[in-house]
Design a protein around this ligand. Sequence first.
Ligand code: NI
Length: 254
Amino acid sequence: MNFFDSHAHYNDERFLDIRDKLIEDMYNDEITNIVCAGYNLEASKDAIELAKRYPHVFTTCGISPNDITENVDKELLEIEKIAKYEKNVAIGEIGLDYYWNKDNKELQKQVFIKQIEMANRLDLPIVIHTREAVMDTVQILKEHQVLNKGVFHCCPLNQELIKEGLKLGFYISFSGNVTFKNAKSAGCIELVPMDKILIETDSPYLAPEPHRGETNTSLFVKYVAQKIAEVKGISLEEVANQTKSNAEAIFKIK
Ligand code: NI
């Protein structure tokens, strides 16, 4: 089986000393594609360095709502330059986060919108991070057309958000949180047609059951796929294949 982990952070400092061996080993263990997601300028550059070393690693470049500094406008100019790299597949992760940052909502919205416009100029999709900001996120997407659509990464298990996201033509990416025992994930998974689902780990965060609390790696994406297979009543292999071709479609990977 071949799994496509559509979102992981091997640019996180937790992976610094182990990531090369990890990425090589995982490739032999069925993790045949990884998108290493940027979240600020440095992490985006670092993701590109990794993608240059490994044919199966791709990147996103962007500034997350939790990484907005006073230099954000200068940084966005840099992001736009490096995002032209041929294996950069999206602008992301970008969006709104009112859980970690409540005091700069207007600034978050501006930076989100600027990066939607950037994605349109570069002919790329976007990867969205949204936390406790569902309504504002949806409103921005309705008011600012995203030409190449994109992905709700680590999609919150919120049925309204999922419905709106699908209506807008976006993919829904499920992560380890669908495996948590108290999660109302089945109803959310049922809502999403198989050709709109991606799977991800968001490593090193959010390790799925039965590894909750450990450092996450792309190997654990199988547990996310397994949960989807259970809910949809299909085989693990079908989930692996379909989510891989979905990721290749939205990220235009041949
Ligand atoms: Ni992430």
